[in-house]
Design a protein around this ligand. Sequence first.
Ligand SMILES: NC(=O)c1ccc[n+]([C@@H]2O[C@H](COP(=O)([O-])OP(=O)(O)OC[C@H]3O[C@@H](n4cnc5c(N)ncnc54)[C@H](O)[C@@H]3O)[C@@H](O)[C@H]2O)c1
Ligand SMILES: O=c1ccn([C@@H]2O[C@H](COP(=O)(O)OP(=O)(O)O[C@H]3O[C@H](CO)[C@@H](O)[C@H](O)[C@H]3O)[C@@H](O)[C@H]2O)c(=O)[nH]1
Length: 456
Amino acid sequence: MKVTVFGTGYVGLVQGAVLADAGHHVLCVDVDADKVAGLQAGRMPIHEPGLEALVHRTQQLGRLDFTTDAAEGVRRSPVIFLAVGTPPDEDGSADLQYVLAVARTIATHMDGPRTVINKSTVPVGTADKVAQVLRQVLAERGADHVFDVVSNPEFLKEGAAVADCQRPDRIIVGTDSPRAEAQLRELYAPFNRNHDKIVVMDVKSAELTKYAANAMLATKISFMNEIANIAERMGADIEAVRRGIGSDPRIGYHFIYPGVGYGGSCFPKDVKALIHTAQEAGFEPTLLDAVEARNRAQREVLFSKISAHYAARGGSLAGKTVAVWGLAFKPNTDDMREAPSRNLLQALWQAGATVQAHDPVAMAEARRIFGERPDLRLVDSPMAALQGADCLAIVTEWQSFRVPDFDELAQALTDRIVFDGRNLYDPAVVARHGLTYVSIGRPVRGEPAGDWLNPV
Ligand SMILES: NC(=O)c1ccc[n+]([C@@H]2O[C@H](COP(=O)([O-])OP(=O)(O)OC[C@H]3O[C@@H](n4cnc5c(N)ncnc54)[C@H](O)[C@@H]3O)[C@@H](O)[C@H]2O)c1
Ligand SMILES: O=c1ccn([C@@H]2O[C@H](COP(=O)(O)OP(=O)(O)O[C@H]3O[C@H](CO)[C@@H](O)[C@H](O)[C@H]3O)[C@@H](O)[C@H]2O)c(=O)[nH]1
């Protein structure tokens, strides 16, 4: 099928490449001319495992193209995806300006029937708004073309976006139009061979399904972070508790890792947007309010531990150098949108510390965000970050941080202490190497080996 995708970000680019790989002919449209020129030349705007090879292959096969020409994008394909951003407005609601702008563009240039498929995460009622814009602009043109607006939310995870898109666990199709449903069934047929993954429902339920999924996952994380806070005050070990509850299939092991709070471009924004939608409808979502509040607090926990450690010893962070491992909001991506590392760095700088940081792929993004500043050194390896540092803070659980040389760590860090926001290590092993180890939801371990210290 001929398909046009508006927006070549994490969702649009991956979706476009995966559809092209499955055999469709895809044209990706973006307003960012640099991004489009880069993609035409085969340069990826984001780090996503497997994406570059997929884009190159489908480009060479002539099934994937990029353009800034929106009119061509609209005229070329009967099926048009919307995959533009829906960032949070100041009041937490989703900003629909990009979605509605594309709707106007489609209505301005369409010259026959179109199916508009919304992949952006949008509040309930947005499909109606898109349809209204289409109707209005068509009426202004005096044109009379048939269209359907379908909700088809995306569930990919960054860092695994290509794999998730190639093997979706469900394909939500929100429409009451048999014509549109048949088109989407044909479009997704290559992804639907093993068993029927397509779940058809009304548009509003599809729109809400996306928020419900993200809110449920965010709730699991905030719940676990809440239990971690209780555990560390009681002398219990959250990792033992995690294994203990995860083995119950009704709970499961997924998304119950405690840490530095959820970040990224989706959970923080989508939980806030759902709260806003509920409030607008006259309902106070107290559970979601609490999920959000716990996350806000959790994102400060690592800094609180570092600062409390030094304060308890009569010192402060002023003049200290803190090594930071991990800047991306999660491993296998260079995305730093709402990354918990940003909270930590700002707090450390405010306390007068210098940061010496390493991330396997997000260094360029960090440079773009923070610019040149005397209290930030971005270095090329995890071990280089330790040189001359007083302590280490771990923010992202990259694979390359999982098995460090603890003796080298102990030698390099002046204060011989590790603050781990991701519980990467066995506390007894770290302590055996002469390091003090402060993690999330577990008692502090330190020298001499085997000693349990008071939580800081
Ligand atoms: N990032 C994810 O993991 C993820 C997963 C599922 C759903 N979503 C949702 O998908 C949507 C897109 O997210 P993203 O992370 O891909 O965003 P992004 O910011 O990475 O990309 C959006 C792209 O849209 C382009 N754009 C803006 N206006 C345009 C226009 N009028 N015409 C053409 N292109 C235009 C921008 O230039 C940008 O390249 C959001 O609603 C998001 O919540 C994101
Ligand atoms: O047990 C866990 C799991 C995740 N996280 C954090 O939660 C955030 C989000 O992680 P993840 O869900 O893996 O990444 P995203 O790429 O943000 O993907 C989420 O958001 C997307 C955008 O809506 C959805 O499509 C995905 O299904 C949904 O998982 C990150 O900060 C993680 O560190 C935890 O703290 N503990």
